[in-house]
Design a protein around this ligand. Sequence first.
Ligand code: SF4
Ligand code: SF4
Length: 290
Amino acid sequence: MPSGAAARVINKMITAVASGKGGTGKTTVAVNLALSLGKAQLLDCDVEEPNAHLFLKPEFHRKRPVEVLIPLINEDLCDRCGRCSEFCQYNALAVTGKLVMFFPELCHSCRGCMLVCPKDAITEGKRTTGVVEYGVREGIQFIHGILNVGEAMASPVIAEVKKDMNKEGDVLIDVPPGTSCAVIEAVKGVDYCILVTEPTPFGLNDLKLAVDMLKEMRVPHGVVVNRAGIGDRGIYEYCEKENIRILMDIPHDEKIARLYSNGIPFVEKMPEYKKRFRKMFEGIREDVGR
Ligand code: SF4
Ligand code: SF4
C-alpha cells in the first residue's frame, strides 16, 4: 500500500472465478472457496454446462424460467415490404414474396424490427431459453442457470442469474470458460477476478487471452495455479513480468484428484486448505479496498 493511503474496509465483494479454457479447475476453486468462507453466495454462470451443484450439493427449493423477447408477425397486416429483415443485423428475419420467416435462435431481442415496421405488424412475444434454480447448503446461497439444449445465447440466462445477486454479503461467480460474450456478461460489474490456470504452455496461452480481456474491462485480477508442479515455470515468469499476483498454488496431488473424481470438494477432507482459501480471500479484500 502506498504510504499515507488508507485501505477501505470492504464488507461485501463480488468475485468472479474464471479461466481461459475449460477443465482447469475453475469450478473446484469456486466451490472450495465458497465452502471455506462458509457464508457467501455462489452463482454458477457457466450456464451451458453448470456443474458447481454436483460438488456443492445444495438443496434446491425454487426455480423460474428465463424468457426472452421475440417478434410476433401478424401476417394479415404485413405487406412483405422487407424492412424488418433489412434492419435485423443478426439475420433472424427473412422476407419472401409470401411470408416472413423468423429464426428464433438468432434473435437478440433488440426490438428493432418492431420499431421499423411501417404497418405495425410486429408485436412482442416471449420464448423460454433456460431456467434459473435456487438452492442452499449450510450458510451458502446457491443460484445457477441452465441454458436449454440447442440455444446459442447464454447471456440472457446469465443476466437472470445475476439479477438475484446478494446485495449484503460476499458473492462468488463461477464464470463460463474462455473469453466469449457470455464470459463478459458474467464478469461485468465484479470487484475482482480470480483466474485459474494450469502451469503448461496451453494454460499460459489461454491465461494471456483472459488477462487481456480483464485489462480491457479494467477488472483487477490475480492467478490461482492449479495442479502446480506439472508443466513448466512459464506462468510464473509471465505473472512476474506482468505484475500479476499469484494468489495460491494448489499442488498436483493424488488425493485432491481422487476427491474431485468422487464429486467431493477437497476442503471437506483437507480442512487445512480452508485457512489458505480464507487467507487468499482476505488478501484480495485488502487489494480491492486500496
Ligand atoms: S417490416 Fe412489417 S410489414 Fe414489412 S415485411 Fe416486416 S413485418 Fe411485414
Ligand atoms: S428483435 Fe432484433 S434481433 Fe430479433 S428479429 Fe427483431 S431486429 Fe432481429
